[in-house]
Design a protein around this ligand. Sequence first.
Ligand code: 8Z2
Ligand code: NDP
Length: 306
Amino acid sequence: MNAPRSFTPKTFRPEDDGPDRPARGLDEEALRQQSTIYREGMLDGKTLLVSGAGSGMGKAAALLAARLGANVAICGRDPDKLQSTVDLVRDEVGTDVLAVPTNIRDPEAIETLIGTVHDHFGGLDTLVNNAGGQFPQDAIDFSRKGWLAVIDTNLNGTWWMMQEAAKRWRADGKPGNIVNIVANVERGMPQAAHTCAARAGVIYLSKTLATEWAQWNIRVNCIGPGVIETEGFRMYPEEALARFHKANPMKMRGNAWDVAEAIAYLASPAARFINGDLIIMDGGQAQWGVIWPAGIPDYFREDGAA
Ligand SMILES: CCCCCCCCC/C=C/C(=O)SCCNC(=O)CCNC(=O)[C@H](O)C(C)(C)COP(=O)(O)OP(=O)(O)OC[C@H]1O[C@@H](n2cnc3c(N)ncnc32)[C@H](O)[C@@H]1OP(=O)(O)O
Ligand SMILES: NC(=O)C1=CN([C@@H]2O[C@H](COP(=O)(O)OP(=O)(O)OC[C@H]3O[C@@H](n4cnc5c(N)ncnc54)[C@H](OP(=O)(O)O)[C@@H]3O)[C@@H](O)[C@H]2O)C=CC1
């Protein structure tokens, strides 16, 4: 009889996942040290455009794609943040990233962006809509301006990018590939209802376009991250940050490289038959755990439910 298999429980070092750790994700030094499962040259000759790539997941995705051989274009609002990614890639990989400061809420600026990427690289293979954000607040207290800002960025901005890229692919008779970074909306997102509404919109927009645009060989998929340590955590109170890693069954936070590797997969030929799907990366939070990014309401504390 075979000896019973022994399992070593996964342990998390307190300095990696504990409440004392400044939860701002992988810094540039850590990004440089990440290894990848993918083979060198996997994205040779491919062009990726990554929005929101001056920080967090977008920056990690830009670095990984460049390492794997892709031409990389990036956008975001802050030119200094974009430059930090350009510098990192030049230093680490030796190639030049095309940075085009762009607010994705501005459809005319997006026309210019998509045109510039095509002019510079001669085409675009994968559009990664990663730019986005929100603030934590009880929905009942949302200001009109705050609601509109979050919807305009995450739903409208993502849509302008998708439509402009697809128009160009259709006109050129070229295949296209879109990866939208959304969020874990499966059980709703208490205290982030605006972003939940916008991301749910993007997910079902993507499923719809995956069918409508298949005739032009354009695929559309989403990645739904759970709690991923990044610079974006600055929006959240320390009290909430100290709990984020407890809101999934694995009791850990993901990092930007986890998401970057999923993006690389969807940009690779291995994903050629994946269309209209949603990859959730959340340690199981879709099944269990509540984040309460603005603080646990008394009602739920009394229940002991959170
Ligand atoms: C996915 C997981 C999620 C919730 C679950 C959390 C767990 C997972 C943790 C991670 C999640 C992440 O996504 S982290 C990564 C994402 N990154 C971010 O979210 C970065 C911060 N977000 C942004 O910058 C956003 O784009 C956004 C919130 C829309 C702000 O946009 P702009 O700076 O362009 O601002 P404006 O257009 O001027 O509008 C800002 C208005 O928004 C409102 N507003 C802005 N901040 C506010 C605040 N803290 N509290 C109340 N209201 C606020 C006010 O009405 C502001 O108006 P005035 O009153 O006139 O100023
Ligand atoms: N971290 C997490 O746990 C989770 C994150 N997400 C989502 O994943 C994506 C990446 O987040 P993450 O890396 O964590 O956060 P970051 O805040 O580090 O990255 C978001 C990027 O989006 C850019 N951005 C925001 N608004 C606009 C705009 N109007 N036009 C162009 N660029 C914009 C920002 O750059 P700039 O300010 O220069 O414009 C920033 O670089 C976001 O959409 C986020 O909401 C979803 C679920 C969980």
